[in-house]
Ligand binder design. Structure first.
Ligand code: GUN
Ligand code: FE
Length: 431
């Protein structure tokens, strides 16, 4: 049977590794059955005569991965940004999340959320729902239908939470098990355990979730050492543990699948050791940590320690949905960290942050985040950012897009070699 063939021409830019970008100027990317077959300056004989999508001076880059985002908080983005975590949760977030008991409301918000995510070039994501199974089920089903690679979870909260969001342990475990069971067979959007964070989850609940993780081969996402208050509160509640990360290890939550630790701003040596041992990701959410935490992750140090890194929008702790905006912000924060705390810290480069947002973050979802042969063609076409005053290189266009771009600069988006956003995709739009 003939393979599904797509050939795009343009300036192709992607990360080879943490430090090095690959740039293919005026080249062809050949995509067979949704995967990159190769990149060529001159099209090989066997592909001559095939139709070509010529994107001219535009730049083709991998689509972005958002490793930490709260779908239900989409309607509160940009609000309460003058508060810090605990007050922000109590004043804005918890009342907003209570509304997802109404599944019809959830469908409207989640539809708009997914549309915004994809319009911003995020095609892979680790997503928090709320405690409500029905609403979260709709979200994960929609993503599966649209072939969006994701991990999505029903949130667990059974202590220190407002009455309207507080589950009993039994109810939380029962609902989570139904959620895992229902979506265990998903190919693209997979279920993941989502204890909100240790201050709102009893150890009994976490242990129960650990057992479910083992039974269903499900990983875990949570907020980890995200603020000094959170780290201290977690240990106060679990005095037999020496650090926040050990709580999840003791509960058996770090050995069943991917481990995604949002923020990881104030880790001690033990937190780093345990997360590394389990191959977990530390997710920097640059805007969110400035907005509601006022802490800065030690990105360069954690990379040196061998911790996997990714970037998150953390909507609505962060106010912007595009992960490309967080690339520049990550560089900015690393400079502040290195300036104010020079010991053990150094500034990172654009290439380092772009790698986190694409190839490194993407690795969580399979072969996505690069344009090397064998990778899924999950890609974006970015307009040339040269202006009349200065012609810039394709790599510089990638950088300028991350700092100054908006969704209108993304001319086309492809998932598995199918156009899903921009131009011709309009009629068969994703969402
Ligand atoms: N910690 C506990 N819940 C939340 C949340 O919803 N957002 C962020 N950023 N941190 C949290
Ligand atoms: Fe968060």
């Amino acid at each position: 049977m003939n393979k599904r063939l797509l050939i795009c021409r343009g300036n192709i830019v992607y990360s080879k590794d943490r430090d090095e970008m690959a740039v293919h100027t005026g080249s062809y990317v050949v995509v067979e059955d949704g995967r990159v077959e190769g990149i060529y300056e001159k099209l090989p004989e066997k592909f001559q005569g095939a139709p070509i999508r010529d994107f001219g001076d535009s730049v083709i880059i991998p689509a972005f991965s958002d490793l930490h985002v709260h779908a239900p908080q989409f309607p509160q983005r940009g609000l309460g940004m003058d508060l810090l975590l605990a007050d922000w949760l109590n004043t804005y977030t918890f009342p907003q999340e209570a509304r997802y008991a109404d599944t019809d409301y959830a469908k409207e918000v989640y539809g708009a959320f997914l549309k915004t995510l994809t319009e911003n070039g995020t095609f892979h994501a680790c997503i928090y729902g709320t405690i409500h199974r029905e609403a979260t089920s709709w979200l994960i089903s929609q993503m599966e239908k649209k072939k969006i690679r994701a991990f999505a979870g029903k949130v667990n909260m059974n202590i220190q939470s407002p009455e309207y969001l507080c589950e009993t342990t039994e109810e939380s475990l029962r609902e989570t098990e139904i959620f895992l069971e229902t979506f265990a067979g998903n190919r693209y959007a997979k279920p993941i355990l989502t204890p909100r964070f240790a201050p709102t989850c009893s150890f009994e609940l976490l242990k129960g979730l650990g057992r479910l993780g083992q039974k269903y081969g499900a990983g875990m996402q949570t907020h980890l050492v995200e603020s000094r208050w959170e780290a201290m509160e977690s240990i106060r509640l679990n005095p037999e543990c020496s650090c926040d990360t050990e709580i999840y290890e003791k509960a058996g939550l770090l050995e069943n699948g991917p481990v995604i630790a949002a923020h990881f701003i104030f880790p001690g040596d033990e937190d780093v050791r345990i997360l590394k041992k389990h191959g977990g990701y530390a997710v920097q959410c640059p805007d969110a940590t400035v907005n509601i935490i006022a802490g800065i992750m030690q990105t360069a140090h954690l990379a040196d320690e061998g911790i996997r890194l990714g970037l998150g929008s953390d909507i609505a702790g962060g106010h912007l949905p595009g992960i490309y905006t967080q690339v520049g912000r990550s560089v900015q924060l690393s400079k502040l960290k290195a300036f104010y705390e020079p010991e053990g810290n150094r500034a990172i480069l654009f290439a380092n942050a772009f790698y986190m947002a694409t190839k490194e973050g993407g690795a969580l979802f399979g072969k996505v985040g690069s344009l090397e042969p064998g990778y899924e063609f999950d890609a974006l076409v970015i307009r040339d950012f040269s202006d009349p005053f200065r012609k810039i290189t394709p790599e510089e266009t990638a950088e300028r897009f991350c700092y100054t771009g908006n969704p209108g600069d993304i001319l086309a988006g492809f998932i598995h070699g199918e156009q899903v956003t921009g131009g011709q995709a309009e009629e068969k739009a994703l969402c």
